[in-house]
Design a protein around this ligand. Sequence first.
Ligand SMILES: [Zn+2]
Length: 427
Amino acid sequence: MGAPARAIPHASSRAAVLDVIRAAGTISRVGLIQATGFTGATISTVVRKLIEDGLVVETGRAESTGGKPRVLLQLKASSRYAVGVHLDHSGIAYVLTDLSGAVVARMTRAGAGTDDPPAVVERMAAEVSTLIEGAGIDRARVLGIGLVSPGPLTPASGMRLAPPVMRHWADFPLDERVQRATGLPVVLGNDATAAALGEYWSGAVSGSSTFAAVYVCTGIGSGILINGIPYNGSSGNAGEIGHICLDADGPECWCGARGCTEVLAGPAAVVARAREDAGVARAAGLAGGNGRGHSSVAADFAAVARAARRGEPGARAIVDRSARYLAVATRTLANVLDLDRVVLTGQSLAVAGSMYQPVVQEELDRAFFSRATHPVAVQVSTSAATAPAIGAATMVLQSELVPLQPGTRIPGGLARPEQAAARPSGT
Ligand SMILES: [Zn+2]
């Protein structure tokens, strides 16, 4: 089949060309013409400018297939950088990546906790400077900050309906304030979708066509990637499996519904159950009464999970019950999207993933609707704690490569690097 010129609805030819070069690895100008459908004159002008700006370099010549060898072009990974920030109640994770998405520095600091948002933003600005300076990177080369946090988010500002532990962030103009404090452009996103992107970029799920990252940190969410493209929904809040209803008459959830997966099985529910049982609370070393200022749901959940892993039967029963609920919610997501792979990720599953994985896998093997056609592989992430921050940084890279258009997919350029690579780049 002849390869039709790729119709690219990008705002700028520069972004489109840059994206094709990134996806291809190395590609000639002729390859670019074929991949983008632009004229030779356009490609020539755009490439000259990209080389002048230091984003692209010429890197030798392709093997000739008869004619004269063609010069290959390649992204200059060290020409630009992006910061990824994962803001959560229990911790703030930072990564610095180069233009190719490779992590060059990372750090974790105290979470937002109960501090006032302006104070947290001030601290984040200082920590971002520490990250950039510590890596010895010229700030002028940093494209911006990808900032992800628990949803739901409003597309243009921040958290309108914040989860309980971050309620005081509701309506805080997060991106605007961080932009002002750091002087860097800010792209906001949902932490679960960013986690899925992070898993994809770190290579954990290559070859998967329809994949979801089931994400458990303080709450429960999921990020969905279809052929490498995140599915964001109409407002960036797709994938909220924490609010799949498992009991129509169940306990009230903070979202306004009843019997949600999160209220039945999320880390806060697990911790609450553990506290109700004096023996479990003692075995897990939970502080008496309600957690004090320094404790967090994620930290307390980790303590219960460790007790369960040590074989404390009460703790194990509580975790297993949570895993069964999560398994049912995951099966529902898999049925709706016909998933072929699930990655369990997020800070809480970094600790407890080995106990959740067999339960979720068993549920999908036993009851996934299309199980006779194909299995759904369930794996635990190897970068569960940092995947959202890595995904956040890639959001910035993508916004440079493919300018954001409100209401459309964010990182369009993530689509199938191998497809672009399969173009006749060396001919
Ligand atoms: Zn809910």
